[in-house]
Design a binder for this molecule. Structure first.
Ligand SMILES: [Zn+2]
Length: 142
């Protein structure tokens, strides 16, 4: 088992299907990094680290600005996973956040693990947007 240093995909170099799966994932990963920026499309290990950092900053007894930055790190990590699962027709980060905020109000109440003051700030920055249900499963991942 090897892990690609660029995209983080783990595969067996001597398995033909694995190599093909990696090539597909790798090309998709590079295309998405080009489209959304390298800060927004991450290897899964980086996603996990960013998400953990985000949760720690959000949950701690820190000032609002720090907790807000933690919430945004969580959202970036989820965005990365969602875009990689969905592909190039995925909405922008700003649209994605607005859709998750809307979903959190009227489809899946309180799915987002953020406090009310953080949610209010996010809504005032990103707004609310319909459309999450058209884009199915990949958006729900925590
Ligand atoms: Zn790769």
């Amino acid at each position: 088992m090897v892990f690609c240093e660029v995209c983080g995909f783990g595969y067996a170099e001597d398995e033909k299907e694995d190599v093909i799966d990696h090539n597909i994932y790798h090309q998709n990963f590079l295309m998405l990094q080009e489209k959304y920026g390298a800060d927004y499309i991450m290897k899964s290990k980086v996603e996990e680290a960013i998400k953990l950092t985000g949760h720690n900053l959000h949950n701690a007894d820190y000032p609002l600005a720090i907790r807000l930055s933690g919430a945004k790190l969580c959202l970036k990590s989820w965005f990365s996973r969602s875009a990689i699962s969905y592909g190039s027709e995925h909405p922008s980060f700003e649209e994605y956040v607005a859709m998750r905020l809307k979903q959190n109000i009227d489809q899946l109440p309180n799915l987002l693990p953020f406090t009310d003051d953080i949610l209010e700030h996010l809504i005032s920055q990103y707004g609310l947007k319909e459309g999450m249900d058209q884009h199915c499963y990949s958006y729900y991942q925590n």
